[in-house]
Design a protein around this ligand. Structure first.
Ligand code: HEM
Ligand code: SF4
Ligand code: SF4
Length: 528
């Protein structure tokens, strides 16, 4: 039930994102940067909020008067800031729920990746609370409605000595001190939100908290145009002698208010608690089965820290050497964070499939899918290829090439394959060419696997794909789950191209290969 729903949603996202790719390009695609956009919007709200605070007066009548003044007399700077403040908050809610849905659809929240999801749940409430306390401050008719409805809901808890709703009985019962408290809350809650957003990304490496400059400019530009064309409305001044009507409600920040009005407070609180608990428990409904965590083999580890840099989940740390080997450091895997993606194995300089003598052990390996097992799988898959134009595909299990096919080896992530494996396949004539098929550029399941692979192949991130590997015999193809046809067409074209190439001539003997590999590892170790 859940799996078909997830797969349908993921394909839906993939289709929409492909459409957006053609407008923005994949690197500026807004759906690929939702988390970063959330951060960017937070900063717009924070900066415009600080600016508004210069003009805002705290007090029952002064508050409304100051907001009215800045929205009319000073509309061209403070009024625009107010509209930006409101629209960026609205967009933040939209971005947050789209981000949540996309992470669910992409299955990036379960198993050992539960942390970001669970810490995201309080983020939702803090975003809402920040917005609600903001609406309250304006002290127009909408604010009065929000204030009264919220107070009645809070009073139903029975935890306050004096019912809060009493403050709003008449103009005489509302004091400016109450307003000072609201201002304090409207500053303190967003600060706590910032803290939660920081906690939210603590278990991932290189979390993207800044959208690409172009996307940031487009977002800010669109919000500014919106602020000019449609300034944030301001209702009449609140009047506690009159029962407030629900007018001009903001359906993004205040969607629960009509519900609060129509269901008993007890049911409302029960709904909030159930929603929160179920949402926080989603990573275990059902949990994901994951392989054993990566294991370190100190005899093959020189403490170079490449695996530390490449692990997308901050699961590896550098610690002082414990085995007396002449290196300052070794690495340690935190099994509770490791999702067994194998990216560290692909990063390790010891992961060289060329070794002939002894066991093929590397510095960091997956117990359930070792480098030795991967090499054996590649050799078996290659043996099944025949004729001219043989393509061995190293495919990620989450892209369009996830289904088994002749000559295809499916991996948890393409970055699990060390670049030397590509060299091995071509130089050993196991195939005429190697296709590396991973998730679409904007949506790597393992966050950084596609990026690291592209950089390794471009020789700008260790371990490099050796210069001697003929580039026309390597195809990298990045596809989403709904792009099977494009993938198959690219693979077929590649096979046709390879079929007419003259046989690849090895430039070095196998013994030379091993000597060069060993020398490379030795030099890198010595550089530590
Ligand atoms: C406005 C609020 C939020 C902001 C600013 C935000 C920000 C971020 C950022 C920057 C990332 C890292 C993206 C990357 O570099 O791969 C991220 C990942 C994630 N977020 Fe959020 N987030 C927000 C709300 C939420 C909510 C409400 C949930 C779910 C309840 C959630 C669930 C996740 C998950 C599951 C990941 C992926 C973690 C992983 O890859 O293992 N986020 N978020
Ligand atoms: S397999 Fe390696 S890279 Fe992947 S999560 Fe585990 S330690 Fe990190
Ligand atoms: S990449 Fe390999 S050699 Fe380098 S620290 Fe990690 S396990 Fe050790």
């Amino acid at each position: 039930m859940i799996t078909p729903a997830r797969s349908a949603l993921r394909r839906g996202f993939d289709r929409i994102e492909r459409g957006l790719d053609s407008v923005f390009g994949w690197d500026w695609n807004p759906l690929a940067h939702l988390g970063a956009l959330g951060w960017f919007l937070f900063w717009i709200v924070a900066v415009t909020g600080a600016y508004l605070f210069i003009f805002f007066d705290t007090g029952v009548t002064a508050a409304y008067a100051s907001v009215a003044w800045l929205s009319t007399d000073h509309w061209w700077h403070a009024g625009i800031a107010r509209s930006l403040h409101r629209y960026a908050s609205d967009l933040m809610v939209l971005v947050m729920f789209t981000h949540l849905t996309r992470e669910w659809a992409m299955d990036r929240y379960r198993g050992r990746r539960w942390f970001s999801w669970v810490t995201g749940v309080p983020v939702i409430w803090f975003v809402y609370l920040s917005g609600i306390t903001g609406y309250w401050l304006v002290w127009d008719t909408l604010a009065q409605y929000v204030a009264l409805t919220t107070s009645e809901l809070l009073d139903a808890l029975g935890i306050f000595a004096e019912p809060i709703a009493r403050n709003f009985l008449s103009p005489q019962t509302l004091s400016s001190r109450f307003f000072t408290l609201m201002v304090f809350l409207h500053i303190a809650i967003p600060l706590l939100l910032l803290l939660l957003m920081w906690v939210h990304i603590q278990r991932i490496t290189e979390a993207r908290t800044q959208p690409p400059l172009g996307l940031a400019a487009i977002t800010l530009g669109a919000l500014t145009v919106g602020a000019f064309l449609m300034p944030a409305p301001l209702g009449d001044a609140a009047d506690l002698n009159v029962v407030p009507a629900r007018v001009g409600i903001d359906w993004l920040i205040l969607p629960l208010y009509p519900v609060i009005e129509s269901v008993p407070a007890g049911a409302m609180w029960a709904g909030v608690v159930i929603f929160t608990v179920v949402l926080a428990g989603t990573p275990w409904l059902p949990p994901r089965r994951e392989g054993s965590a990566a294991a370190v083999f100190l005899d093959h580890c020189n403490g170079c820290a490449r695996c530390v840099d490449d692990c997308p989940y901050a699961a590896i740390t550098l610690v002082p050497r414990s085995d007396g080997a002449p290196f300052s450091h070794e690495v340690k895997v935190n099994a509770a964070r490791c999702v067994a993606c194998g990216i560290c194995m692909g990063a390790c300089p010891s992961s060289t499939p060329f070794r002939r003598s002894g066991d093929l052990t590397t510095g960091i390996d997956l117990p359930d899918r070792s480098l030795a097992a991967l090499r054996a799988e590649v050799i078996v898959a290659a043996a099944r290829l025949g004729g001219r134009g043989r393509v061995l595909t190293l495919a990620c299990a989450h892209c369009a090439a996830a289904d088994p096919a002749p000559g295809r080896v499916i991996l948890p992530c393409v970055a699990m394959a060390p670049p030397s494996l590509v060299d091995f396949i071509i130089s050993r004539d196991l195939a005429d060419g190697v296709a590396v098929a991973g998730c679409a550029e904007r949506e790597c399941l393992n966050r950084l696997g596609g990026r690291w692979t592209r950089l390794r192949f471009a020789r700008s991130r260790d371990p490099y794909l050796r210069a001697r590997v003929p580039r026309d015999r390597v195809l990298a193809v990045w596809t989403g789950p709904s792009e099977s046809a494009r993938l198959e067409a690219r693979l077929a074209d590649f096979a046709r191209y390879l079929a007419v190439l003259p046989p690849y001539a090895l430039r070095r003997s196998l013994a030379e290969d091993e000597a060069a590999e060993a020398d490379g590892v030795h030099r890198r170790s010595a550089a530590q």
